[in-house]
Design a protein around this ligand. Structure first.
Ligand SMILES: [Zn+2]
Length: 393
């Protein structure tokens, strides 16, 4: 006979969260990987782990719509501004070859893992990875990686021409990444190839011209990566105009070109003043959930997947706590109900649902990290000693 041990439910009690009619204060009850109820004074008796969260706000786990998880250990490389992405690639291979080769000595599995942790420490629970999907994402990986996608690098650097086509799955391609004629023509070229459909999701779009927008079908998406654009080209995409035709999501891009982690990217986006706070929130939650077909994600709701981010409460509206937040302010991250990163006071949750985990110091606050994080850091440092400053949460 097999004995089935039922895992305890979790009750996050007295937390502030965003409901359909604004901010609420109440409890969130989670069973297995789902949110089962969100209400006041929920029953937290038998078989329930109660976690007090009166000083926290609850947001949905964030969605980062563009990263290259295998590039996670690179520093910023580039000496821009450049005219387009090809110029940048050629330049860094010429000037920074030894730096690139040093990072590539870290085994792929560890670079990928670090990419997952980088996102987790920024409150991200779902990442859209640009490059081939790796088997490592399926087992004990810190964040969820979108699996159902087709991709091509870009119109000029994609080696397989046959990859430049939009089928039934979301089709992701870097496009119009630059400021010159080459970048400007790319949307028209994509259209001429028949690869601009309602399933197409382009990344960057800096050089897109208003006249080319007529060809954009309803439903197509665009991922905005403001800090990467700024670093390489000294400017970013005209999101206000692009939003008239594209559904917009936000992506960090890789640390080769981005300013920091996903929380920093959100601040970079907000600092442009191009999007309202409400638009920005949609770009990191509901819009990517819809673009990439992520059912039950991007929103806190009964019946939804329990990707929950608890942050130190700062201000009255729950989202106000996000804008200044650093990884230190993240009290807890649950991915599908499993604690992955959080403050020491949530240790009973980690003990019951999140083993193995490690204890690390984050800007003077002790944090618990799910998985074998300390061993990962040791392995990386053995190959890349100078990584020290980058690999603490
Ligand atoms: Zn990219």
């Amino acid at each position: 006979m097999r004995l089935a041990f039922r895992k305890p439910s979790v009750l996050l009690s007295d937390v502030t969260f965003c409901g359909t009619e604004g901010a609420h204060r109440g409890d969130i009850k989670i069973r297995a990987n789902k949110i089962v109820s969100m209400s006041r004074n929920l029953d937290g008796s038998k078989g329930t782990l109660r976690a007090e969260a009166a000083d926290a706000v609850a947001l949905p786990g964030l969605v980062n719509s563009h990263d290259h998880l295998d590039f996670s250990l690179f520093p910023n490389l580039g000496h821009g501004p450049y005219a387009n992405y090809i110029e940048w690639g050629d330049d860094i291979w010429q000037r920074d070859k030894s730096e690139i080769e040093a990072v590539l000595r870290v085994p792929m599995r560890d670079r990928l893992l670090w990419g997952g942790y980088r996102n987790l420490f920024a409150g991200v629970t779902t990442v859209v990875h640009h490059n081939p999907y790796f088997a490592a994402f399926d087992r004990d990986y810190p964040v969820r990686v979108v699996k159902d996608y087709d991709w091509a690098h870009s119109l000029d650097l994609e080696k397989e021409r046959s990859h430049i086509r939009a089928g039934r799955r979301p089709f992701i391609i870097h496009l119009a990444e630059g400021t010159d004629a080459l970048a400007r023509d790319e949307l028209d070229r994509l259209h001429a190839l028949g690869a601009l459909t309602s399933k197409t999701i382009i990344v960057h779009g800096i050089a897109i011209q208003k006249e080319s927008l007529d060809n954009v079908p309803k439903g197509a998406g665009l991922v905005w990566c403001p800090s990467s654009n700024q670093f390489l080209f000294g400017q970013t995409a005209d999101i206000k105009t692009l939003a008239t035709r594209f559904r917009i999501a936000l992506g960090s891009d890789s640390p080769l070109t981005s300013k920091g982690n996903f929380l920093d990217e959100i601040r970079s986006a907000r600092a442009t003043g191009i999007a309202t706070d409400r638009e920005l929130i949609a770009m990191i939650t509901q819009t990517p959930a819809s673009l990439f077909g992520l059912q039950g994600l991007g929103n806190l709701e009964e019946g939804g997947i329990a990707d929950v981010l608890l942050l130190d409460r700062q201000g009255t509206d729950p989202w106000e706590s996000l804008w200044p937040a650093t990884q230190r302010n993240i009290q807890l991250v649950l991915k599908a109900g499993k604690p992955m990163y959080g403050d020491e006071r949530f240790e009973p949750l980690f003990e019951a649902l999140g083993r193995p985990y490690d204890r690390v110091n984050c800007e003077g606050r002790v944090k618990l990290v799910g998985g074998k994080f300390a061993k990962l850091v040791e392995r990386i440092e053995r190959v890349l000693p100078e990584a020290r400053r980058k690999i603490s949460p």
